[in-house]
Design a protein around this ligand. Sequence first.
Ligand code: FUL
Length: 423
Amino acid sequence: MHPKPTPQQLAWQEAELTMFLHFGMNTFTDQEWGDGAEDPAVFNPAHLDARQWVSVAKECGFGYVILTAKHHDGFCLWPSAHTEHSVKNSPWRDGKGDVMRDFVDACAEFDVKAAFYLSPWDRHEPTYGDSPRYNEHFRAQLRELLTDYSDIAEVWFDGACAEGPNGKRQEYDWASYYALIRDIQPDALVAICGPDVRWVGNEDGYARETEWSVQDASPEHHPGASGQVWYPAECDVSIRPGWFWHAAEDAKVKTLDHLMDIYHKSVGRNSVLLLNVPPNDEGLLSDPDVARLREFRAEIDRQFATDLAAGQGAVAELTDGSPDTCWEPVDEATPVSVAVELAGARSFCMCVLKEHIAEGQRVERYSLAARVEGEWRTVFEGTTVGHKKIDRFETVRADAVRLRVEASRARPMIQSLALFAKA
Ligand code: FUL
């Protein structure tokens, strides 16, 4: 009755941060969208080091990394047997290199989940637009990737679609792509044009204030399903203006404040943040990007270093920091509230709430109050909570905080309530 996440969806959500690596032909041609006529000879990243990409991702707290195995220009970062348009015809490592292999090996070494982006829109492939034939070609590439590279945690499809050389619009056979993925690597999530992860609807990195992981099944992406499904949001955004690296954008890496705003409005709004950090034409993440990522990690750690509610109050389930316990009121009626008494007056300006989403998402509306010199003062009113909700308000000095669930789709299950001062 209440849709719940699969173990794979839950693990993905708990990781909170995914890194996107847009890398390929465009990195060398200074383009965002190649037309497929590019010469493989221009692909030559002299110092390519996938271990650098993944070690930086790991160090900065990203649990998943997605590589663009093939972008719209059709150039494959692995030596596909189904096209000549790939690394095998590039001068890089004398045509013996395989970016995908280096990437998955680095992910295994650093214990980060490996994922790939495979563009259905292919501007190089001659069969594109000849729908059944291209679907077969696309499935062959998918099969190749899923068979030759193990432990793929996520396959990311965007929806770009166009006419092929025959002037006909390609019709993607999504259901057959999903069936193939489920068959070969059943634990892989299928994202965006797929049933497991939902695009939030913009490329700015921002979720809505109200963000439900429970959604109506989409006829296209949930073939055979009806009613509601677990379909959590992902916010994709690039650390630079473009998705691919361009020398001219080395000075346009987003500021720390901008990234923190994105973090609060994505991870802090029940979504996963998919942050793109594009390797450069040497095959490395650039210094300004790496420096900003480290600042980003340090700032998250600083803002959420000390939970002033940890271990406080009589309702231990709420403040014990355990993902396995939660506060659940005895009866289902709302409004219902719970208070956390602090050992004394504390100043705080952020509250982090988490629902026990293993059992679904329930809270529809809530308010937070702080007891200031004996009087309860409302400091925040919100709607959905989900995996994590970060609320910011004017600093108050209070000796208790109260969560009141005003409306809920079922008995609320609140996993934690945490309080933070502005670091
Ligand atoms: C879009 C693509 O057209 C962009 O180039 C980029 O890959 C973005 C993440 O998805 O659909």
